[in-house]
Design a protein around this ligand. Structure first.
Ligand SMILES: *Cc1c(COP(=O)(O)O)cnc(C)c1O
Length: 452
């Protein structure tokens, strides 16, 4: 299976190169030349399978025999070792919970799978890697937890000391072993700039620095799985079409769904639910693309993205081309795009109302990202009464206990921490390994720690 860059300026690569390189040299994203297909019979057989059995069939369609079946089974078992509940909410409406991984965010799917695939390829090539990453909060935790105890990988996470919550910090500082978390006296931008300077520093080339970039194709693979999974739990008829409501920020989740559909999953419509960063619904409606700059700060903070990077992959899937800066070289087939996707922007006020109403009606707590998805589904339901009989699946992408202040102020209830977060909360932290005040401090640290 070959991959091309969405900018079409660098050469095609195989799966292993796409994973180890992360991003194409021309700054495009790697995308499959051809989407593999799944037959209706195979799809039907998923109904009686467990998640791992199903996952192995789907993933092997992408990677063929690059990874042996036995090894792949180990990777998937270790990476996706948590539940994915699908719960009936209304008549035809279901919630699929993607928040049961160790950091209680759907990012666990992509990060944990990518970590193990990278480790596997490093083993084959007998190489080692240092992952440098800067975080404003959640991503650092997901990456640190995902790469924890990978023998060939070291992780260095920089976070702004005074700008993240205790729990967010503890997701990184309680691990030790191959994970080094450094609190910086500064802001996220300072962390980001230290990391970028290190990547560009010629004197550090021999350290094999890499970023666990969120645009790596290895993250998309596992994000196709829960579409097939949730579908197979709720449909009755062969070929039955469903709706998916997808809380969207960088559009990796939605891209996973679109790939699943091209593979053969019967989807009537994807509802792309965005917060006040509404560049995508406006583009779908008008055909004019304009980034939201600077991006707007909303309650669903993991979706505060004013120029989604995976838009390049979505354009590519529909015959268009857009670069990393948002310049369009070729329009996608808008008719096809509109047939498959509808997008609604949900403001913070509606998000809050949704959390309150959901609790009153269902006696269940939904968090801000899932609430954006649920609100968008309800707009769709009102606008298309002729589709009332279609079943819908909305993704809940984080656990409510990660947003205690909001939830408490809206419904006067303190959401209980799941076990995985409780364990992190109660663990001892490793002390900050180094006072870092400038780039030279950081460079000295890296050379002392990893140079030989
Ligand atoms: C990252 C994230 C999203 C958005 O997913 P994209 O793939 O970036 O569209 C939604 N919810 C949560 C909790 C997230 O962490």
């Amino acid at each position: 299976m070959k991959f091309h860059s969405t900018n079409y300026k660098s050469k095609e690569v195989d799966f292993k190169t796409a994973i180890l390189q992360g991003q194409a040299l021309d700054h495009g994203l790697y995308m499959l030349n051809k989407i593999p297909k799944i037959t209706e019979e195979t799809l039907d057989s998923f109904k009686t399978m467990d998640f791992i059995e199903m996952a192995l069939i789907i993933i092997s369609k992408f990677i063929g025999d690059i990874i042996s079946e036995e090894k792949l089974k180990k990777i998937v078992n270790a990476a996706l070792n948590f539940k994915i509940p699908v719960e009936k909410i209304g008549n035809n409406d279901y919630l699929c919970y993607l928040d049961r991984g160790p950091t209680c965010s759907f990012k666990d799917f992509g990060a944990r799978m990518l970590a193990r695939i990278i480790e596997h390829f490093l083993e084959i090539e007998n190489k080692h890697l240092i992952i440098l990453t800067a975080t404003s909060g959640d991503t650092g935790g997901a990456v640190a937890q995902a790469f924890y105890e990978m023998p060939r990988i070291k992780v260095v996470v920089l976070y702004p000391k005074d700008e993240i919550s205790d729990l967010q910090r503890k997701q990184m500082t309680t691990l030790g072993k191959n994970v080094i978390a450094i609190g910086i006296n500064g802001k996220f931008d300072d962390c980001q700039s230290l990391v970028k300077t290190a990547f560009a520093d010629k004197e550090l080339k021999k350290l094999s620095l890499s970023s666990a970039n969120s645009i790596n194709f290895g993250r998309l693979l596992p994000q196709t799985l829960y579409y097939f999974w949730s579908y197979s739990r709720i449909v009755e008829r062969k070929g039955e079409e469903v709706l998916f409501s997808v809380p969207s920020g960088n559009f990796g989740n939605l891209t996973g769904g679109l790939i699943a559909e091209k593979m053969g999953l019967p989807v009537k419509k994807f509802i792309s639910a965005v917060n006040e960063n509404d560049e995508f619904p406006i583009f779908l409606r008008t055909g004019v693309y304009k980034k939201v700059e600077p991006s707007k700060k909303c309650l669903s903070n993991a979706m505060n993205v004013g120029h989604p990077s995976n838009l390049a992959r979505i354009f590519d899937l529909y015959g268009g081309q857009i670069d990393e800066s948002g310049n369009i070289y070729k329009m996608p087939n808008m008719e096809e795009l509109r047939k498959d996707i509808i997008s609604y922007s949900i403001n913070d006020e509606v998000t809050k109302d949704t959390i309150v109403n959901f609790y009153e009606k269902q006696e269940k707590i939904i968090e801000p990202h899932g609430a954006v998805g649920w609100a968008a589904l309800n707009i769709y339901r009102n606008n298309y009464p002729e589709n009332t009989n279609l079943k819908s699946i909305t993704f809940e992408t984080a656990h409510p206990s990660k947003f205690p202040d909001e939830i408490i102020s809206l419904i006067k209830i303190t959401p209980e921490l799941p076990l995985s977060l409780k364990m992190i909360r109660d663990k001892k932290e490793f002390p900050n390994p180094k006072e870092i005040n400038n780039y030279q401090d950081f460079k000295n640290f890296l050379q002392k720690e990893f140079g030989n």
